[in-house]
Design a protein around this ligand. Structure first.
Ligand code: ADP
Ligand code: MG
Length: 600
């Protein structure tokens, strides 16, 4: 659905809600709004970025306690006295403090993988919680009272229906910012974190930085929510910032749909209402003696996770007619965008890549033994050999994924062993993968646009404020151009995962081309392609060669290789056993021997 209509409808509902609803529901909506702000950060962090955090409540606490401390302490240190004069200043301090803490915690925990990251978030969630409860100046477990209410343009927001508008406006702004961010160059990098990190790095994305960005944003959203909470309640104690609440926030995200911005609102709404109703109604049914609502609540959550593991929002969007969805996405491309500047390709015949005596050992196994090869501009070189010969290993040494045990790899005259794939990508090397690596639920166009990551500059801030429109148009129309070039122009808005395998391989070539490389590394590009597609691929590669591109391909399909390439390097048992023109190599006795009965 077009997000704009949804936003408009929501604005309308929000605008009239406090006028029509009894105060009890306004208060409930206030809580929903504050929770949703935290959950929005979780959607970004967990749903989009794939990092589970149990510790968001602690960031809420950090925002709340910062404001509570600064606005209620009688004698602030002189250098801080300015901050205590208005909640708006304490908001600023809270956000800066939280962002700093998040940067430190992120640096310590975001490199952890698997289960260690969630465990790490539990650890610091607990630490901050106990810090709030222990510090004398924060009122210990009794907390801090007497917070002032927030004033806006002279209006005191001391009643539920007053602060309601502030809460919801901040939430809606956060939703817009998040959506803008996700639909941008940085956003594509962020969306690649879940399941595409190797690919993203090889397209020049600094994935650690992307993780840090969403970690800090989600912490700041939580801190703002905490600030609102503190000045709505005008009292804080540690309880709402403990691990229990951290888990509740995660539940909200899961219920609503952790993969979508609107799921945050839905999840916060459903969980809050559900808890309230259960608390109100269950005592009537089951008596006042136990906490039945928690048990019933737990069962409901389990059932829901069973029935709708992706959350409720995706179920809702499935009800929307398809034509709305496509339209919303298709608006992105601006035909009049100026083409991106191109790299100066090296002169025809210039040496591009050189491997000198590269050896790679895995323990006792020598996967590459004293391999040397070179590729020149305007040339297609094929690396062939039977299974297990060491081709993929060689490929990894050449592309910066792996470092040789000994020997050197030189790209454009510069030694690149030891550099990572991101640095190599920046120098003009671009690759595809033997096992296709694309983001299945992103559009074909967006997948290819990731390839152009290094050709854009706009950062997080301009993306969030939607000031990146011109560059976005340029990047997307470049992606479109490359897709048309490889013959996928009809599939721009399809989900990449819905393409046939052969088309997915071609998509990867378009993505690699989007980086404007001078060297293209293709790992088995013809595998899974139909004859017609292979012919088209051959024509495309020939054309790229004539433009001065250097191409290295690892390939099994001999017919494809022999008709196309300029030179062949044959490997067996990690060693080079032959090299030369395709027709000579085909007759080489060592090669015929290696292929047991000869090359077909
Ligand atoms: P090819 O791509 O030609 O089929 P590979 O380069 O994948 O061959 O593998 C060459 C040899 O190196 C194989 O014997 C393989 O088992 C071994 N090998 C590859 N990668 C690793 C690794 N990461 N650790 C240990 N052995 C490996
Ligand atoms: Mg291989």
């Amino acid at each position: 659905m077009n997000p704009r209509y949804l936003m408009l409808a929501l604005l309308l509902v929000v605008g009239v809600a406090p006028l029509l609803l009894p105060p009890y529901y306004v208060t409930l909506l206030n809580y929903i709004g504050m929770y949703a702000l935290v959950v929005l950060g979780l959607v970004l962090l967990t749903g989009v970025g794939g990092m589970t955090s149990f510790g968001q409540a602690a960031f809420v606490g950090l925002g709340a306690y910062t404001s509570a401390y600064l606005t209620t302490t009688e004698q602030l240190p002189a250098w801080l006295a300015w901050a205590g004069t208005s909640p708006w200043l304490t908001l600023l301090v809270g956000v800066v403090l939280t962002a700093s803490v998040a940067l430190i915690l992120g640096a310590l925990t975001l490199k952890l993988s698997g289960h260690y990251l969630p465990l790490g978030t539990i650890a610091w969630g607990l630490s901050l919680y106990y810090l709030f409860g222990t510090m004398e100046s924060l009122g210990g477990h009794t907390g801090v009272g007497g917070l002032p209410s927030i004033s806006l343009f002279g209006l005191k927001l001391d009643k539920g229906e007053n602060i309601f508008y502030l809460i919801w406006v901040l939430l809606l702004v956060a939703i817009v910012i998040t959506q803008n961010l996700l639909n941008s160059r940085e956003g594509r990098a962020i969306r690649a974190l879940k399941g595409g990190q190797v690919m993203a790095e090889s397209m020049g994305v600094n994935t650690f930085r992307s993780k840090m960005v969403i970690f800090v944003i989600s912490a700041v959203f939580a801190a703002i929510s905490g600030w609102l909470y503190a000045h709505t309640q005008r009292f804080v104690n540690p309880t709402p910032f403990g691990l229990n609440m951290g888990i509740d926030y995660l539940f909200m995200a899961l219920i609503g749909g952790v993969g979508s911005v609107w799921g945050a609102l839905l999840g916060a709404g459903i969980l809050t209402m559900l808890k309230q109703w259960l608390q109100d109604w269950l005592p009537h049914l089951l008596g006042n003696t136990g906490n039945y609502e928690i048990i019933v609540f737990g069962i409901l959550i389990v059932v829901l996770m069973q029935r709708a593991p992706g959350g409720l929002w995706p179920l809702l969007t499935r009800l929307i007619p398809a034509r709305f969805k496509v339209r919303a996405k298709a608006q992105n491309i601006d035909a009049s965008a100026t083409p991106l500047p191109r790299r100066q390709l090296p002169k025809h015949g210039e040496l591009i890549l050189e491997a000198r005596h590269v050896t790679k050992r895995f323990g006792g196994l020598v996967a590459n033994n004293d391999m040397s090869l070179e590729i020149r501009s305007g040339e297609i070189l094929a690396l062939i050999g039977p299974n297990g010969a060491g081709k993929s290993t060689m490929f990894n040494q050449l592309s910066g994924v792996d470092t040789p045990s000994s020997g050197d790899v030189l790209f454009m005259g510069q030694k690149i062993n030891g550099l990572n794939s991101r640095q190599v990508a920046r120098m003009g090397m671009s690759r595809t993968f033997q096992h296709v690596k694309l983001l299945g639920n992103m559009s074909v166009l967006e997948n290819v646009a990731i390839g152009a990551h290094l050709r854009g500059k706009q950062g997080v801030l301009s993306a969030a404020l939607h000031l990146d429109r011109r560059e976005e148009a340029e990047l997307l129309s470049e992606a479109k151009r490359q897709l048309e070039r490889v013959g996928l122009g009809d599939y721009l808005y399809e989900e990449a995962g819905s393409l046939a395998l052969g088309q997915q391989r071609i998509l990867e070539i378009a993505r690699a081309l989007c980086a404007d490389p001078c060297l293209l590394l293709l790992d088995e590009p013809a595998a899974g392609l139909r004859l017609k597609e292979k012919e088209a691929l051959g024509i495309l590669l020939s054309r790229l060669r004539s433009e001065g591109m250097a191409i290295l391909l690892v390939e099994h399909d001999m017919d494809f290789v022999m008709g196309l390439v300029d030179r062949v390097v044959v490997m067996e048992f990690g060693q080079r056993i032959a090299q030369g023109l395709p027709e000579d190599v085909q007759k080489d006795p060592a090669v015929l021997e290696a292929y047991l009965g000869g090359v077909e």
